[in-house]
Design a protein around this ligand. Structure first.
Ligand SMILES: Nc1ncnc2c1ncn2[C@@H]1O[C@H](COP(=O)(O)OP(=O)(O)OP(=O)(O)O)[C@@H](O)[C@H]1O
Ligand SMILES: [Mg+2]
Length: 366
């Protein structure tokens, strides 16, 4: 995609720009066979996602923290003629993984269709430049290709976000593309055939089920890979610390000095409320209405880091994160507030070494 005024200080650079150095080093070190038009082998793509150290000493940072097999199945699907559907509850890195897959396989993660209730067929197929259409009639020049059409003709990966939010007829437009690997343009009596290397990564949210159920015809064209919630508190702390550090760097926040202990507590709170039981399994808890996803954890901690940097002493403390935690847990001011109060008084208050956290949360809720 051509960027208007592409600045080196983009607030959020695309994965292929942000990790250009890693991608280059991986491609250079990679001597395994590459599928047509892939920038690197499936093995190197999964290395890019999972992280590791190359023979020349280059460190590849882990992008995805989770089961290796999940990544391997996702990557190898893209080397077949089936498309990839990343499914999971909110905040399980579906969008994140899809972006990095496209960046590693094709060097371009920007061929993206965002699925919403208002997504029109043109976003998946093609549209027209009406000025040209009026002056010169339907022609190749007047045609405005969709990201999917461009990916087909260039033999690269296209991305569809939130597939199940798109209306059923728009979803159906993908069926011909995925089964016939062609996109007919009847107005021109032509078709655009997919070049080898083309494939599609879609994401869909578990919780959206029922919004627009995926038709079985379309589902059959996808290999579904479910991204799980982080398996352990340690894994979740690692994900949060890593992402907060990256985000903090791009926001010019100071590095996280010794904030991991505080992150550990916030992760514990989120996991306990999400699972409806304390970590030791002894106390049953009511769960609040919100999702309490890893993504929300990341923003609570990033917010806390900004607070401590600008108004605190630069160390992440309980009162930096308390307001964020309460805000994430108490979505519905009536029911969730009761759940939170009960958790605070029965669990947080009694826990050894959590007095400061308890006090900060009480103040934040007041
Ligand atoms: N297992 C994980 N490994 C690495 N990062 C993760 C993991 N889980 C969540 N994240 C981080 O959480 C953030 C949110 O992820 P993302 O937006 O991709 O979630 P999503 O599954 O697309 O959610 P939604 O369903 O709301 O669209 C990202 O910054 C991502 O890095
Ligand atoms: Mg997403």
């Amino acid at each position: 995609m051509t960027t208007v005024d592409s600045a080196p200080t983009a607030l959020r650079p695309h994965a292929e720009e942000d990790f250009a150095e890693e991608l280059r080093a991986l491609a250079a070190a990679d001597d395994r066979p590459r599928p047509p038009r892939w920038r690197m082998s499936p093995w190197a793509v999964s290395r890019y996602l999972l992280g590791g150290t190359l023979p020349d000493g280059t460190v590849i940072s882990p992008k995805y923290v989770g089961p290796r097999r999940v990544v391997e199945v996702a990557v190898s699907t893209l080397a077949t003629d089936r498309a990839l559907l990343l499914l999971g509850v909110p905040g399980t890195a579906k969008t994140w993984v899809s972006e990095h897959l496209a960046a590693a396989v094709s060097g371009d993660s920007t061929l993206l269709v965002q699925g919403t209730a208002g997504t029109a067929e043109e976003a998946v197929r093609y549209g027209w430049n009406y000025a040209r259409l009026l002056t010169s009639g339907p022609s190749r020049e007047a045609l405005v290709p969709s990201p999917v059409m461009r990916a087909m003709s260039e033999g690269v990966i296209a991305r569809v976000e939130e597939l199940t939010r798109m209306p059923a007829d728009v979803q159906d437009a993908l069926i011909t593309i995925l089964s016939e690997k062609t996109l007919p343009v009847p107005e021109l009596g032509q078709e655009v055939q997919a070049v080898r290397g083309f494939n599609l990564v879609a994401t869909a949210n578990d919780r959206d089920r029922g919004v627009n159920e995926l038709s079985s015809a379309l589902r059959r064209r996808f290999n579904t890979v479910v991204l799980p919630l982080p398996a352990s508190a340690e894994a979740e702390v690692e994900i949060v610390a890593r992402r907060v550090e990256q985000l903090g760097r791009s926001l010019d926040l100071p590095p996280l000095p010794d904030g991991v202990a505080e992150i550990r507590r916030v992760v514990t709170v989120f996991r306990e409320l999400r699972e409806g039981a304390t970590e030791d399994g002894r106390t049953k808890l009511k769960s609040p209405s919100g999702t309490l996803s890893t993504a929300e954890l990341i923003s609570v901690v990033t917010g806390g880091l900004a607070l401590s940097a600008h108004f605190g002493d630069g160390v992440l403390r309980a009162d930096d994160v308390a307001a964020g935690v309460v805000g994430a847990v108490v979505r519905d001011p009536a029911a969730d507030a009761v759940v939170w109060r009960e958790y605070l008084e029965t669990v947080v208050r009694e826990r050894e070494g959590w007095k400061d956290f308890y006090r900060a949360c009480r103040e934040a809720a007041a």
